[in-house]
Structure formats: C-alpha cells, structure tokens
Design a protein around this ligand. Structure first.
Ligand SMILES: Cc1cc2nc3c(=O)[nH]c(=O)nc-3n(C[C@H](O)[C@H](O)[C@H](O)COP(=O)(O)OP(=O)(O)OC[C@H]3O[C@@H](n4cnc5c(N)ncnc54)[C@H](O)[C@@H]3O)c2cc1C
Length: 384
C-alpha cells in the first residue's frame, strides 16, 4: 500500500529514471521514491546493444559527463572503432547492477504502473492502475519512456500523463524500426531472407528524397532491417503508407563506382556480380536481367546500375513492437534546456524518450536518457 509524502517521485525505473535517482542522491537529495511498472527496473537496459549496452558515443552530446557518471559508479567504458561506447565488460548487466546497487538505499516499488497524476497544493498526487494506491510528492520526474518496445514496459504513458497536466506532446511515431516491403511476405524479395550487405541508402516519398544513411542492411522475409534501415526509418512520416509511394534505394557497392563494377563484370572468370556482393543477392539481380552475360555490354551496364540503385518499394514500418525508440513526444518548447524543468510547472520534469528527441543508432538515444536524467535529478535536489 503506497503511503506518505515524498520529496521526489520518479515514474519509471529505466535508463533516465535511474540516472535521475543516482544524481538526485549524489546532489544531496533525500526521500525519493521510484515507481516502476514492470516486476523489476532496467529491463530494457539489459536488451540494449544486443546485451552489451551501447551506452554512448564519442560524438554524443554530454559524452564526457556520461563516461564520468559511470566511472563514478565503478563502470569503465571503451569505444569501438566507430565511436560506439560500451561498458568495458561488454555486458549491459554491469550498467544495471551499478545503478541499482548505488540505489540500494532508495525506495523502489515495482509492479506499479502510474496512470494518474493530479496536481495538489504542495505538489503531486500519483496513482497506480488497477488499485487505489496513491503517493504524494513535492517534485515529480516523469521518466516512463516512450511507446517503442512495449515488451519492456513502455506503452506511451508519459504522453497521456503529460497531456493530463496540460503539457504539449508532439505526434509520435515508431523510429529505429525495420521497414516492410509493399507486398509484405508476397514480395519477390522474400528470397533474399538472411542476406546482409553494406549499403548507402536513401528514402524517397513520391520521388522526393527525404533522407539518407549508411551501414549494414539485412533482408528479412517481409522487409529490410539493420542499422542503415533503422536510421532511415526516422524519416518515415507515417506507420503505413496509404497515399505516398515510398521507395528505399540501396547502393550495394558503396566503395565502387559504376565504371569499376562494369570492369569487374567483364572479367574472364565470368562469376558476375558475386565477385562484388553476396551470392544470393548477385543471383537475384542477374535473374532480373534475362540476357546477363559477361560479353553483353548492355546487360553489364544494367547489372552495375541495379547494384548502385537497388530500389525497394516500402509499405510502412513494423510498428511499435519492433521499434527501438519513439520519434516525437513532450514538446521541447515546454522544457527548460538547462534544468529540465517544465516552464508551466517548475516542480515537474520529463526525461529520456518521453521528450521529443530521437537519434540515429550508435549510443545517442541512451546518451539522451542519461543526460536528461542527470540534469533533472541534480536540479530536483538543489532547487528550492
Ligand atoms: C531492443 C532495444 C535496444 C536498444 N539499444 C540501444 C543501444 O544500444 N544504445 C542506445 O543508445 N539506445 C538503445 N535503445 C534505446 C534506449 O534503450 C532508449 O532510448 C532508452 O532506454 C530510453 O530511456 P528512458 O529512461 O526514456 O526509458 P526506458 O529506458 O524505456 O525506461 C522507462 C521505464 O518506465 C517504466 N514505465 C513505463 N510506463 C510506466 C508507468 N506508467 N508507471 C511506472 N513505470 C512505467 C518502464 O517499465 C521502463 O522501465 C534500444 C532500445 C531497444 C528497445
């Protein structure tokens, strides 16, 4: 049964909520309660970076502060050659354990999904769903994430709570998410399932380029995935395309010019495109050119062109279940960028994915969670 009046309540024991709690305690704050919807905190952290937790990036805002924050908790970090930062142990569990053992003296109630927040004279009254339990506090940090990956507890509650308090929320969409072929499982591209390739990719809406990205693409049974596709998905303006014609164009040989590919294809061995790309992909492209042969100049030109501009019709994204982050959220206009407070209600803070901020893959989304959590927790402890 929830009882008592706390100085601070944090809704959500994920990345930003735990960072906020640590910073609050470090800055001298007392009497903080964390309410977490799942049966334990930090479930999503364990799944990040394929279990390794890509916690930051050398080019992320606040990188030095984040590395120092974790060093202060006894976790050393290491960057890979592309600048992605991981715990030195290469295990996400090190991050979870460090945060939760620092917070061992802090009250944490799990299995409490907050569904109502009411402003009262001295602060806030907070209720959990399915019960009449309520808690009260002077300050409130909403760290309950976005709508992406609901299996880890995030169901968009931050946005309904924000709206109920009169805070503007920008429209939300799944981001860092696989894309579906227009014909889904019936697409002839389904044969490419399992193929991985390096690519430069661009996304077009009705022929107009909306964005580009580089990295690995993975072909699945009904669509495309991988880092490059995740990064492109941030440009999608709707979950399913009804009216717009969406095309992803892949350059499947980004290091080579078209002329260089043509030269390779003329080689004596006659192995064709499989000298340049994955064999399954090579055979698929050659199969689309009935007369492909190494002495057919026109067909060779076409093969090289297809490799440099491999167009895929897209029907939409795989949606919230498979998305890693949320695009949209609590409007930046509502938040003081220095303190993390809401302009309208200074005792109220929003952190992490609840905010209208999303980034490409590589550790930038967690960086945002740590940084906004640290900011809000520190300010909540030191402000009057
Ligand atoms: C599979 C996967 C892999 C990822 N890998 C990376 C990566 O390697 N690097 C990177 O930078 N980003 C990664 N991300 C994104 C990153 O994890 C998130 O952006 C980040 O965790 C957001 O932090 P947050 O504190 O806002 O929310 P979360 O970490 O999502 O935490 C929110 C918490 O609030 C709880 N909650 C929700 N609603 C309520 C409620 N009503 N009441 C109480 N509690 C509630 C949830 O259960 C959850 O514990 C990944 C995401 C996924 C899904």
């Amino acid at each position: 049964m929830g009882t008592g009046f706390h100085d601070l309540i944090i809704i959500g024991g994920g990345a930003s909520g735990l960072a906020a709690a640590v910073s609050y305690v470090k800055a001298g704050g007392e009497d903080v309660l964390i309410l977490e919807a799942m049966d334990e905190c930090a479930k999503k952290i364990l799944a990040t970076g394929n279990g390794r937790c890509n916690l930051s990036n050398v080019s992320a805002e606040g990188y030095d502060e984040i590395v120092a924050f974790f060093a202060g908790l006894g976790v050393l970090t290491r960057a890979d050659e592309e600048g992605r930062v991981y715990p030195m142990s290469n295990q996400a569990v090190a991050i979870k354990d460090a945060l939760l053992s620092f917070l061992s003296g802090v009250k944490i109630e799990t299995g409490k999904r907050v569904d109502k927040v009411v402003r009262s004279d001295g602060g806030f009254s907070v209720r959990a769903s399915g019960s009449d339990e309520t808690w009260a506090s002077r300050k409130l940090i909403v760290a309950s994430g976005g709508s992406a990956a609901p299996a880890f507890g995030t169901r968009g509650d931050s946005f309904s709570l924000a709206r109920s308090l009169g805070i503007e929320v920008c429209p939300t969409l799944p981001a860092l998410v696989p894309l579906e072929y227009k014909d889904g499982k019936d697409s002839e591209l389904a044969v490419l399932k399992g193929v991985r390739a390096k690519a430069d990719a661009s996304i077009f809406f009705d022929g107009e380029k909306a964005g580009e990205a580089s990295g690995e693409v993975q072909f699945t049974r009904d669509g495309i995935s991988g880092i490059v596709i995740f990064d492109l998905s941030r440009f999608l303006k709707f979950r399913k395309s009804r009216d717009a014609n969406i095309v992803v164009s892949l350059d499947l040989a980004p290091e080579l010019s078209k002329e260089a590919i043509v030269e390779v294809l003329k080689s004596d061995s006659g192995i064709g495109l499989s000298g340049v790309v994955n064999k399954k992909l090579a055979e698929y492209i050659e199969g689309r050119l009935p007369r492909f042969a190494r002495n057919d100049e026109y067909a060779i030109e076409q093969a090289a062109e297809l490799l440099k501009n491999f167009e895929i019709e897209i029907g939409g994204s795989k949606g919230w279940k498979e998305a890693q982050v949320t695009a949209g959220g609590v409007s930046q206009k509502e938040i003081d960028p220095i303190t993390g407070q809401c302009h309208k209600i200074p005792e109220l803070y929003f952190t992490g994915e609840a905010l209208d901020r999303d980034y490409i893959c590589g550790g930038f989304n967690l960086s945002n969670a740590w940084l906004t959590g640290i900011k809000a927790g520190t300010h909540a402890a030191t402000a009057g």
